[in-house]
Write a protein that binds this ligand. Structure first.
Ligand code: DAH
Length: 341
């Protein structure tokens, strides 16, 4: 019987069908299950058949119809799954950008200074932000009545006047000298605190980097050469330096170092107060009394120390006119320092 033959053939066709896309699934539906599909046609034919034939053909016809429906259902699930896991992913599409934080300008400058000194053998040392009088003042040769100990400058810890927030990173010098034997060559960066009114040029919190070098026969000339190297690395090959006599309790002789910045633009006049020179750091030969208080024999060893404010240097480097910007965490400011990787 032709009808039965056709049924068998369609049964086979359905079994052979391979479906993996939405389009193929739709084609299957149109071919077999739609109003004008093969199965609908068979059903139409079936209706017109004589009773005896119907008895014979009914069951296989039903089976083919069921099979087509099952195949459709099964593949519908698979295709949907495929769609979710693969079809929706466009591997050529650009990833949406994730907002990355930027490195804070103070950190940028600190890292640059550290790397300049690390190249000539300086290590990095750290110390606590809460210090006792000994490490912040006495061991550094500050006389009892020195004005820097005044309440005006120092944040003392309430009810415990021997403890205060360190006013400079020089306190780390003392901790290093207590722990290490010369030769000592180290850099000590850190946050420092002073009881000052906040303005565009001063803040109660700022950052310093301290450096010390102690060995046999360390001279003022060694210091000058090292600081010139630093100035050239940081400010450029043509940088010039000058040392002006100054006073610090923990160094003798003491000096302040200026770097020649130039006087080419109006900003140069403002930054250098019309002199062309930029005040960059304090420095000097470590006072023998400081070495002695850490049990280092000043007859055998000598050394130099220097200390600079990171904010001051960062302000010049990035032409920032208000110190408070460093502490306000304004993203419009910070986003300018996102490095272009
Ligand atoms: N501690 C000084 C200050 O806070 C800076 C300083 C000056 C550090 C001279 C030094 C130095 O090591 O030799 O102003």
């Amino acid at each position: 019987m032709i009808f039965i033959e056709t049924l068998k053939q369609i049964h086979q066709e359905i079994n052979d069908v391979k479906i993996s896309t939405v389009e193929e699934l739709e084609l299957f539906r149109l071919t077999f299950l739609s109003k004008n599909g093969k199965i609908a046609k068979l059903l139409d034919e079936f209706k017109l058949m004589p009773k005896e034939v119907k008895r014979e053909a009914g069951k296989p016809l039903n089976e083919v119809k069921k099979l087509a429906e099952e195949v459709f259902k099964a593949n519908e699930g698979v295709v949907k799954n495929n769609q979710n896991t693969q079809k929706d992913i466009d591997l050529t599409r650009q990833a949406s950008t994730i907002a990355l934080g930027s490195t804070h300008p103070i950190t940028l400058v600190r890292q640059e200074i550290e790397s300049i000194f690390e190249r000539i053998g300086f290590t990095i040392s750290k110390g606590p932000e809460i210090e006792d009088d000994w490490h912040n003042f006495s061991a550094l040769n500050f006389p009892e009545e020195h004005p820097a100990r005044d309440m005006q400058d120092t944040f003392f810890i309430e009810k415990s006047p021997d403890w205060a927030l360190r006013t400079h990173t020089s306190s780390i010098q003392v901790r290093v000298l207590d722990k290490q034997k010369p030769p000592i060559r180290t850099l000590a960066p850190g946050r420092v605190f002073r009881n000052e009114a906040i303005s565009s040029r001063a803040h109660c919190i700022f950052h310093q980097i301290e450096g010390i070098y102690i060995d046999k026969n360390v001279s003022f000339a060694d210091m000058k050469q090292t600081l010139l190297y630093f100035a050239k690395e940081f400010f450029g090959e043509n940088a010039k330096i000058r040392l002006r006599p100054s006073y610090f309790p923990f160094t003798e002789p003491s000096a302040e170092m200026d770097v020649y910045w130039g006087l080419n633009s109006e900003a140069d006049y403002r930054i250098t107060k019309g002199t062309g020179w930029l005040e960059v750091m304090g420095c000097g030969m470590i006072d023998p009394a400081v070495l002695e208080s850490s049990n280092i024999d000043p007859k055998e060893y000598s050394g130099y120390a220097f200390g600079m404010g990171i904010e001051r240097i960062a302000m010049n480097k990035f032409q920032i006119t208000d110190l408070r910007m460093f502490f306000e965490n304004d993203l419009r400011f910070l986003n300018q320092f996102i490095s272009e990787v």
